[in-house]
Design a binder for this molecule. Structure first.
Ligand code: UFG
Length: 328
């Protein structure tokens, strides 16, 4: 019998999940994407098996786990827009919390014990200190962050009671695309800064709005730590190997440890694309933290993770190549 391991990727047709799928496939894993295609794209599932299914559908989940017998589940299937979560929190609690409970229950019933969870730096809320370390108090300021923190809490309890073994990966801002432009960021509607800025560069929208210019940051705009999606994907496999080798359940930040303001991102995109990008100053967006920058020493020390594409211009460069392929 082959010792090739199988990973079930919930939300594997989405942005980060599809990059994990490609990376896992390249590393020799058998992957099974489980996705309802509500926001993911079938065209992004270019590797492994695919099951069209919803996490709320316990019957379908059970059949899938029984059929493929995965060694681990990686869970990317969530709503992720901070502003929307403030306007429609129920959508976030039903999908990000209730559907995840369904997944965990089915995993327990089917004796699948390894779980990698897509968590977020939004669980920290407004940081008291930057860079944010994993021990920083978690006090999210929006329902999106609270929904992710609730699952982190559930995981700790399940680990203690049922022997689940898990890693929470708290991403900072995922950005960039596959270097061969096979997959990339494709949300509808798009709300994330970098693709919106690139839309403006491509002439697909007249300008970018800067959400708030009066924050207590060096240039008054929000600061974020942008991390290449492929670096996030590699961290998942390192976290999984760590669990397989007996590592303790826990949480790791995934960022570059360097913050860029909204204005700096726009300037960088002007330089990478060589295009004009018009901006207008708008009001703050509800639920935004002024600055989120990660300390990532434990991921380096314990998982052996080091970002391979840490420079913002390279991150934006891969996103621009993907953008041009589709729109220019
Ligand atoms: N922004 C603008 N104009 C826009 C869009 C965004 O100024 O048109 C600003 C936002 O206010 C924020 C920054 O750009 O300050 C980044 O915003 P994004 O929407 O790109 O990303 P967020 O920081 O809100 O959220 C993202 C993910 C979350 C994750 C979070 C961690 O969507 O899943 O990063 O910071 F939790």
């Amino acid at each position: 019998m082959s010792d090739r391991k199988t990973i079930l990727i919930a939300g594997g047709a989405g942005y980060i999940g599809s990059h994990l799928n490609r990376t896992a496939h390249e590393r020799g894993y058998h992957t099974v994407v489980y996705d309802n295609l509500v926001s993911g794209h079938k065209s992004a599932v270019q590797w492994g098996d695919f099951v069209l299914g919803d996490l709320a559908d316990a019957g379908q989940l059970r059949l899938t786990l029984r059929h493929f017998r995965p060694d681990a589940v990686m869970h990317f299937a969530a709503h992720f827009c901070v502003g929307e979560s403030v306007d429609d929190p129920e959508k976030y609690y039903l999908n990000n919390v209730a559907a995840t409970l369904n997944l965990l229950r089915t995993m327990r019933e089917e004796a699948c014990r390894h779980f990698i969870f897509s968590s977020t730096c939004a669980t920290y809320g407004i940081p008291r200190r930057i860079p944010i370390v994993e021990e920083h108090p978690q006090a999210p300021v929006n329902p999106y962050g609270r929904s992710k923190l609730m699952v982190e809490t559930v995981l700790a309890d399940y680990a203690a009671a049922y022997g689940l073994r898990y890693v929470n990966l708290r991403y900072f801002n995922a950005a960039g695309a596959d270097v061969l432009t096979r997959i990339g960021e494709d949300h509808s509607p798009e709300t994330h800064l970098i693709p919106l800025v690139l839309d403006a560069a491509a002439g697909r929208r007249p300008h970018v709005s800067i959400f708030g210019t009066d924050y207590d940051t060096p240039d008054g705009t929000c600061v974020r730590d942008y991390i290449h999606v492929d670096d996030i994907a590699r961290a998942h496999l390192l976290a999984l190997e760590y669990l397989f080798e007996g590592g303790e359940s826990g949480s790791f930040n995934l960022g570059n440890g360097r913050g860029y303001s909204v204005k700096q991102v726009i300037d960088c995109a002007r330089s990478v694309t060589g295009r004009e990008i018009a901006v207008i100053k708008g009001p703050r967006r509800a639920g935004d933290s002024p600055a989120l920058v990660g300390g990532t020493e434990p991921a380096a020390r314990i998982l052996g993770w080091r970002p391979e594409t840490p420079r913002l211009e390279d991150i934006i460069g891969t996103a621009w190549a993907w953008h041009k392929k589709r729109f220019c």
